[in-house]
Design a protein around this ligand. Structure first.
Ligand SMILES: [Zn+2]
Ligand SMILES: [Zn+2]
Length: 361
């Protein structure tokens, strides 16, 4: 189905053109096939994954960066909006519906999907293009990855369903129990989400970070304790055997921190390797430590559709304080400054994420 409007107009989209280069371009509307939907994007949020993709030049699973001479690629993966038009065979959604979009679509047919391990699906497809005014949602995503919102009000927080789904998935995989002592490495938005979710599980949560202002902010947001990486306390924690933390979550994505996480967990504890490291990196672990101290290492990535549903529900029920991620609203033209940390708010402890309103000029 092709409307007259689609044939003649263009929309604004921020594209990643090379590592550390974002350009906002006018993009022609694509023709909708019968199962597709055209989404008017109302809100997107920035995320640590986008920052890494911007800096490192691509993401091993989600997005490749164009080579020299090629055009830019659609960028951004946390978003929600309103349905602008539907292909002729779409029956479960209608024009005007407000929806959240999960950024991946598992095949639903392979042995991994059958086991509920959707993030391992060999045919897991990703959608990018949150940083734009419109996006064509392909038929497969319409079937697997679109979630109707109850009202326009939910647009304010629905883009957080994606990162929250990742955290809920990790917490589920780690089989976190009430009262456990959890050490979270990092003070990015994901660490704050971990902290808020873990507090729900009645865990005792300690955050480790570098920026004193962020650590203070973490305490006002519910962290039971904070430790600075440059403190003597942290040095002691890494050099003398620890029996304090049942679980250590690495939410930074640096090989040296993956290694450090093993030193920080108690004997018999679990390490959640959550932060994705740069492609091709490797780590060394002391075999003695892993074997005799019975340390469990668990790699976790992404989420299953059920985690996304749960995340939306948590947001609706205000189980986490979503307001702390939604303080700073910017337009498409501000993205490069945000990722280069040139935005005025970048230094602020409360700038965990930026909300992108593609209609803001
Ligand atoms: Zn599959
Ligand atoms: Zn994200």
């Amino acid at each position: 189905m092709k409307s007259m409007k689609n044939a003649f107009l263009t929309y604004r989209q921020a594209q990643l053109c090379a590592p550390q280069v974002i350009k906002v371009s006018d993009i022609p509307f694509e023709v909708l096939e019968e199962g597709d939907i055209l989404l008017k994007i109302l809100r997107a949020t920035t995320c640590g994954t986008d920052l890494k993709t911007f800096k490192r030049g691509g993401h091993p699973k989600m997005l490749g960066v164009p080579l020299a001479g090629q055009e830019g690629v659609a960028f951004g993966h946390e978003f929600c909006g309103q349905i602008e038009s539907c292909g002729s065979s779409v029956t479960n959604f209608k024009v005007g519906d407000f929806v959240a979009v999960a950024n991946s679509s598992p095949c639903g047919q392979c042995k991994f999907c059958a086991r509920g391990e959707h993030s391992l699906c060999p045919d897991l497809k990703f959608i990018n293009g949150a940083y734009g005014q419109y996006l064509k949602i392909p038929a497969r995503f319409v079937k697997t990855s679109l979630y109707k919102l109850n009202s326009a009000d939910e647009i304010a927080f629905a883009s957080l369903a994606e990162p929250l789904a990742c955290v809920l998935h990790a917490v589920r995989k780690m089989q976190i129990q009430a009262q456990e002592r959890v050490l979270v490495l990092g003070t990015g938005p994901m660490s704050f989400l971990f902290m808020q979710v873990l507090k729900h599980y009645k865990c005792y949560v300690t955050l480790v970070g570098r920026q004193e202002s962020k650590l203070n902010f973490a305490q006002t947001c519910g962290a039971d304790a904070v430790v600075n990486f440059s403190s003597e306390l942290y040095t002691n924690m890494t050099t003398s055997p620890q029996d304090n933390y049942d679980v250590v979550v690495e939410a930074i994505g640096l090989p040296e921190m993956w290694q450090q996480a093993v030193n920080l967990v108690r004997r018999g504890g679990r390490v959640c390797l959550y932060g994705g490291c740069a492609r091709g990196t490797t780590v060394d672990f002391m075999t003695e430590r892993l074997h005799y101290d019975a340390i469990e290492l668990k790699g976790v990535f992404h989420y299953s559709p059920s985690d996304f549903v749960m995340a939306l529900e948590w947001l609706r029920q205000n189980k986490i304080d979503s307001a702390v991620y939604l303080n700073h609203i910017r337009g498409l033209d501000d993205l490069e400054n945000i990722f280069m940390a040139r935005d005025d708010a970048s230094a602020s402890a409360s700038a965990l994420k930026f909300v992108i309103d593609p209609w803001l000029f």
